[in-house]
Design a protein around this ligand. Structure first.
Ligand SMILES: [Fe+2]
Ligand SMILES: [Fe+2]
Length: 495
């Protein structure tokens, strides 16, 4: 692949001058997709649309996978000696193709490499905006094109993804789902359905997407979203004893005995402080047995973070369902975040990223409590289709993501800006203001490492620009860093 070598400055100046930036390949493996994502990131940043990155990456992934499938289909029919234009043979061949190849596209990779079939992505700046053309050199059959257009038309009538649930779930060809997803993303992002065109000229198929200079987003409003906003408004404020404790933590005249006595009045809080102090990797040789010891070991700044997190969790667990799994994931993220901050010599933010880790997914508690079935369905789709983040799927299905719900809760509780930003952008670090970049990046990285461990993400998913900031330039280096911090995890907190 030549694109890795292509310097980002070169790509940008080429794009800026109106010259097309072109990438051609026979199979969209992770390296190809990663390079394309980084080109998209640079171009969108230039257009001041970096927040569109996940949307664009998801749309392009759908388009490119379809182009690869179309090429694979041609090879399959050729190899089997079947005539793709004969309706009978087409039906038989397609049934076999779906069973044997789709989902296992990798099996045909070798044959694709030996064929003359290629996919070409061409990005060009025009007066209207950036135009991305994805071309594969096999023509689409007229009836296939008609079917896609019909499905796109149908997809336009859906307001959100959950509305399409029945319809796409039953469809025999998984393709229906992709079309609905792309259409809703186009609508929701403001790129617009009319900016996407598919055509065929008898020798090739082309998908054109215009990212217009001006966007017209259509906000998705669902009943669930309304319900969630109502729920967040009804969340109680922090209890007085916590606010008083936080004041004591900041007061140089207060004593540890005074603070620990105040904590011990509340048994639930005491147990949470003990649990977090013991699980968060602060302890080097032995477990802490009481609150006094806990404070001595972790220090007042970390205690303050634990108090805030424990209190937030208590309030949410009482009001919504208890999701132990989410909190233990947050504990691990927090631990990784601390280690990463130390590793990158960002001493000033060690405690703040720890707290951000502890609370980054709090929006999920509200989301899951409001509609567990739908939320599970969303994560199933995210995993199956290898979408980089659940955020955009939540946005097109519910109208709001767990990150944005988290932001609403953070604002409701008057959290400091760095914390609100870390919660809001923990899946989209490139969107955050410069001021909070390190806090957001570290929370993002820690969460990504957890995602790799739970097989949700791959090292290829990591945002290149975030990694570059900390001098990580290869997957090997990233893997090594992960290994290093996970080795330091105590066995008891490995959940
Ligand atoms: Fe998250
Ligand atoms: Fe998370």
């Amino acid at each position: 692949m030549a694109i890795d070598a292509m310097k980002s400055m070169e790509i940008l100046s080429k794009f800026e001058s109106g010259e097309p930036v072109t990438v051609a390949f026979y199979y969209p493996d992770q390296n190809v997709m990663k390079s394309l994502n980084s080109i998209f990131a640079k171009i969108l940043a230039k257009m001041d649309f970096i927040y569109l990155l996940d949307t664009l990456v998801t749309i392009q992934r759908e388009i490119i996978i379809n182009a690869a499938k179309a090429n694979a289909k041609r090879i399959f029919f050729q190899e089997e000696g079947m005539d793709i234009t004969d309706p009978m043979q087409y039906a038989q061949g397609m049934a076999r193709f779906r069973n044997e190849i789709v989902g296992e596209l990798e099996t045909i990779r070798e044959k694709l490499s030996k064929s003359s079939l290629r996919i070409r992505v061409r990005i060009q700046k025009t007066p209207k905006g950036a135009v991305i053309n994805v071309t594969n050199n096999t023509p689409i059959l007229p009836e296939e094109l008609d079917r896609i257009k019909l499905r796109m038309e149908k997809a336009r009538s859906f307001n959100d993804f959950s509305e399409a649930y029945e319809e796409v779930y039953d469809s025999t060809e998984g393709a229906g789902l992709g079309i609905v997803l792309v259409t809703l993303l186009l609508k929701n992002s403001g790129i617009g359905v009319e900016s996407y065109k598919i055509s065929s000229n008898g020798t090739a198929t082309n998908c054109e997407l215009l990212i217009p200079n001006e966007l017209r987003p259509q906000e998705i409003t669902t009943n669930i979203k309304q319900e969630i906003i109502r729920q967040v408004e009804g969340i109680p404020t922090f209890p007085k004893n916590i606010i008083e404790l936080q004041r004591l933590c900041h007061d140089p005249d207060s004593s540890i005995a005074e603070i620990s006595n105040k904590i011990m009045v509340d048994p639930a809080l005491t147990s949470e402080v003990m649990k977090l102090s013991n699980s968060a990797g602060f302890i080097t040789s032995k477990r802490v047995e009481n609150v006094n010891e806990a404070i001595m070991t972790i220090g007042l700044k970390n205690l303050n973070a634990i108090l805030m997190a424990a209190s937030a969790r208590q309030i949410l667990d009482k009001r919504f369902s208890k999701f132990e799994q989410i909190w233990s994931h947050c504990n691990k993220t927090a631990y990784y975040a601390r280690l990463l901050a130390m590793k990158f010599r960002l001493q000033k933010i060690v405690e703040s990223v720890y707290l951000a880790g502890l609370l980054h997914d709090l929006g999920k508690i509200v989301l899951l409590s409001t509609n567990l079935e739908l939320t599970n369905w969303i994560s199933e789709i995210v995993n199956n289709r290898k979408i980089r983040t659940s955020t955009i799927m939540e946005e097109v299905s519910i109208g709001i993501s767990h990150s944005s719900i988290g932001e609403l809760i953070a604002q409701h509780w008057l959290f400091p800006d760095y914390l609100t930003q870390s919660i809001r952008q923990h899946h989209s670090p490139l969107n955050c203001p410069e001021e909070f970049r390190d806090q957001v990046n570290i929370t993002y990285l820690a969460n990504m490492f957890c995602g790799v461990e739970s097989k949700k993400y791959d090292y290829f998913y990591f945002e290149g620009e975030v990694l570059e900031r900390y001098g990580i330039t290869s997957v090997e280096q990233l893997q090594k860093l992960h290994q290093e911090i996970s080795n330091r995890l105590e066995p008891e907190s490995q959940t």
